[in-house]
Design a protein around this ligand. Structure first.
Ligand code: HEC
Length: 200
């Protein structure tokens, strides 16, 4: 008799524990804005893919920088996660930039190097809550090194196409002044924040 009462308490305790763990897991559940389930991601991916055939390159930036349409084939320089902006980023480089990075000749970066940063809103991976992964596209920013053409803006041409629509900001020049202001203190690394990631 004593023994069976002990078992009941054991069951009650186990159920309580399961409920507690489940509640704790829910407390860190996915943010309800944006893509959180696999189905939502799949739908967003299909929508994106279905528009690919009619895809037109975004407008050229007023400082004569075209959108680098071939950047999807470039190589990864590094990745970052900005907590304060709730976003994940990947920085890619064109051939000139990647060669410079591999040969450790990027201070200064050679003319012709282009760095592209793609930004996505962060989301928790539905199948693994502690993993932050990309959801909506927030924009694509570029820095193109031409020390003569862009002498006035630290030797780099800056441009940012925003949202998945890849639209340019209305007041482009003010936007570029913002880029310059934040990148300007990095004189020692030729105004670039990203340090090439070491690939094994
Ligand atoms: C408030 C600061 C700030 C402003 C403003 C800013 N950036 Fe950056 N930028 C950063 C930081 C920090 C990084 C490092 C990577 C990361 O975490 O985003 C970076 C990285 C980059 C990179 C990858 C190369 C590198 O320097 O690491 C590009 C390209 C870039 N920014 C473009 C732009 C453009 C274009 C603008 C203006 C529209 C801009 N940035 C405005 C802070 C800024």
């Amino acid at each position: 008799m004593k023994k069976s009462r002990w078992s009941i308490w054991r069951v009650v305790f186990s159920v309580g524990l399961v409920v507690f763990v489940a509640c704790s897991a829910m407390a860190v559940s996915v943010p309800d804005d944006g893509i959180s389930t696999f189905e939502e991601w799949e739908k967003a991916f299909k929508d994106w893919n279905s528009t690919r055939s009619g895809w037109k390159p975004p407008k050229m930036a007023p400082n004569k920088l075209p959108f680098p349409t071939d950047y999807r084939d470039w190589q990864v320089l590094s990745v970052s996660h900005r907590e304060d902006r709730a976003s994940v980023r990947v920085v890619l480089g064109n051939d000139v930039a990647m060669r410079a990075a591999r040969q450790k000749e990027f201070i200064p970066w050679p003319d012709g190097a282009m760095l592209v940063k793609v930004l996505w809103r962060q989301r928790r991976l539905p199948t693994w809550q502690d993993s932050w992964v990309p959801s909506e596209i927030l924009g694509v920013g570029i820095m193109y090194k031409d020390s003569v053409q862009f002498a006035d803006t630290l030797g780099w041409g800056f441009a940012l196409w925003q949202t998945s629509e890849l639209t340019l900001p209305e007041d482009f020049n003010t936007d570029v002044q913002g880029c310059v202001k934040c990148h300007a203190p990095l004189k020692d690394s030729d105004y670039v924040f990203t340090v090439p990631a070491i690939f094994p």
